[in-house]
Design a protein around this ligand. Structure first.
Ligand code: TLP
Length: 344
C-alpha cells in the first residue's frame, strides 16, 4: 500500500535538483572555514532574513539551543511561549545545555500579547534571575501552524528591547509564515535579534537550519556549535541543497497551504472531529477527535494514512511537497470515514 504521510513536513525527501547540486558541490572542511558552499548558503540565508551573518546548523533544535546559550548566562531567565517547541519538544535543552530558567507566557492561537510579555519581564536583583532573552515562534507549531503578523512581532520586540533583553525567533517554518502573509521573510525579522529557519521541513532539504543575526553573536554561536559537536566538515553537500531550497522552493509552499485548507474544510463538518478553521493558516491541520488520538492514528495507519497524535485527543496532519492535492483529498475522505466509526 502507498502510504500518504502527513506526519510532518520533515519527511520530505530531497528534490532531483538538490541531488544534482550535491553531486557537483564544491566542498571543503567547514570547521576550518574552507567550505565555499556553506559560506554561500550562510550569506544567502542571512540576506533573505535581513541579518548580517548566518551559521549553518544541523537542526532547528540545535539552532535554538545555541542561540539561547549565545545570548544568555547560566541562571538567567528566558521567556517563551507555554507551548513553544523549545518548551515542549527540545528535551529540556534550554535548562540542560544553556542552564537558563524558563518562564512562560501564553499566546492566543500562537500570537503573543506584547503587554503580557512586557508584564513577565523582570530585572535581576538579589532575588530575581533577570530576563535577558525572549523567544517567539513563527509559524507556531502547536497552535496550528499559525502566523504571527509583523506588527505583533514589532510590539513584542519593543517591549523586550525596552527591558534591555533580546528577542530570538524560532522560524523553523518562517517561510510558511512569509508566504501566508505575502511578505518577504525579512519583513518578519527586522525587529528580532536572531532568527533561525529550517531547510529540512517544507523546503525539502535532507538536513539543516540556518541561524542568522549580528556577526559578533554568530561568531559566538560558531564556538558553541563546535562545543556541542555540531561542527561539520564537508557540509557543503548539505548546504548545496539549502541553496536550491532558498532559490526555488519557497514560493511552492502556497500549494501546501491550499492542500491543508482543503483538508480542513472537508473535515470541519465531520462527526467525531472538531477543528478550528481559523487556525488553519499554513500547512498544518490539528484535529480534536472524540476518540483517543492514538486510536484514530492507529486506525488511519491501517488505511494508509500516517499522522501524529500530539495530545490525548489531538491529531496533527501536515502537508508538504511529497503529498499531492489528490492524496490530501483521499486522506481527508479516509479520516472522515474512520473518525465517524471510532468509539469515543
Ligand atoms: N518540529 C517537529 C517535531 O519536533 C514536533 C515537527 O515535526 O514539527 N521549531 C519548531 C517550531 C519545530 O516545529 C521544530 C520541529 C523544531 C524547531 C526543531 O527542528 P529539528 O527537528 O530540525 O530539530
Amino acid at each position: 500500500m502507498d502510504m500518504i504521510d502527513l506526519r510532518s513536513d520533515t519527511v520530505t525527501k530531497p528534490t532531483d535538483a538538490m541531488c544534482a547540486a550535491m553531486a557537483v558541490a564544491e566542498v571543503g572542511d567547514d570547521v576550518l572555514g574552507d567550505d565555499p558552499t556553506v559560506a554561500r548558503l550562510e550569506a544567502l540565508g542571512a540576506a533573505m532574513v535581513g541579518k548580517e551573518a548566518g551559521l549553518f546548523m544541523p537542526s532547528g533544535t540545535m539552532s535554538n539551543t545555541v542561540a539561547i546559550r549565545a545570548w544568555t548566562q547560566p541562571g538567567e531567565e528566558v521567556l517563551m511561549d507555554w507551548d513553544a517547541h523549545s518548551t515542549r519538544f527540545e528535551v529540556g535543552a534550554p535548562a540542560a545545555l544553556a542552564g537558563v530558567m524558563v518562564r512562560h507566557y501564553r499566546s492566543r492561537a500562537g500570537v503573543p500579547d506584547p503587554d503580557e510579555v512586557a508584564s513577565c519581564l523582570q530585572h535581576a536583583n538579589l532575588h530575581a534571575p533577570g530576563t535577558t532573552l525572549a523567544l517567539l515562534e513563527n509559524t507556531h507549531n502547536v497552535a496550528g501552524g499559525t502566523v504571527v503578523p509583523a506588527p505583533v512581532i514589532e510590539a513584542m520586540a519593543a517591549a523586550v528591547h525596552g527591558h534591555g533583553a533580546r528577542l530570538h525567533m524560532d522560524g523553523a517554518r518562517l517561510f510558511n509564515a512569509a508566504v501566508a502573509l505575502g511578505l518577504p521573510a525579512a519583513a518578519l525579522c527586522s525587529q528580532v535579534d536572531t532568527v533561525t529557519f529550517c531547510l529540512s521541513k517544507g523546503l525539502s532539504c535532507p538536513v539543516g537550519s540556518v541561524l542568522c543575526g549580528p556577526r559578533d553573536l554568530i561568531d559566538r554561536a560558531r564556538r558553541i556549535r563546535k562545543q556541542m559537536g555540531g561542527g561539520l566538515r564537508q557540509a557543503g553537500l548539505l548546504a548545496a541543497c539549502g541553496i536550491v531550497a532558498l532559490d526555488g522552493m519557497v514560493h511552492r509552499l502556497a500549494e501546501d497551504h491550499a492542500n491543508a485548507r482543503r483538508m480542513a474544510e472537508t473535515l470541519c463538518d465531520t462527526p467525531g472531529i472538531t477543528l478550528d478553521l481559523e487556525t488553519v493558516q499554513t500547512n498544518m491541520v490539528y484535529l480534536t477527535s472524540a476518540a483517543p488520538a492514538q486510536h484514530l492514528v492507529d486506525a488511519l495507519r491501517a488505511e494508509g494514512v500516517l499522522c501524529l497524535a500530539l495530545g490525548s485527543r489531538r491529531v496533527r496532519l501536515v502537508t508538504h511537497r511529497c503529498v499531492t492535492a489528490d492524496q490530501c483529498r483521499q486522506a481527508a475522505a479516509t479520516i472522515a470515514r474512520i473518525a465517524v466509526g471510532l468509539p469515543a
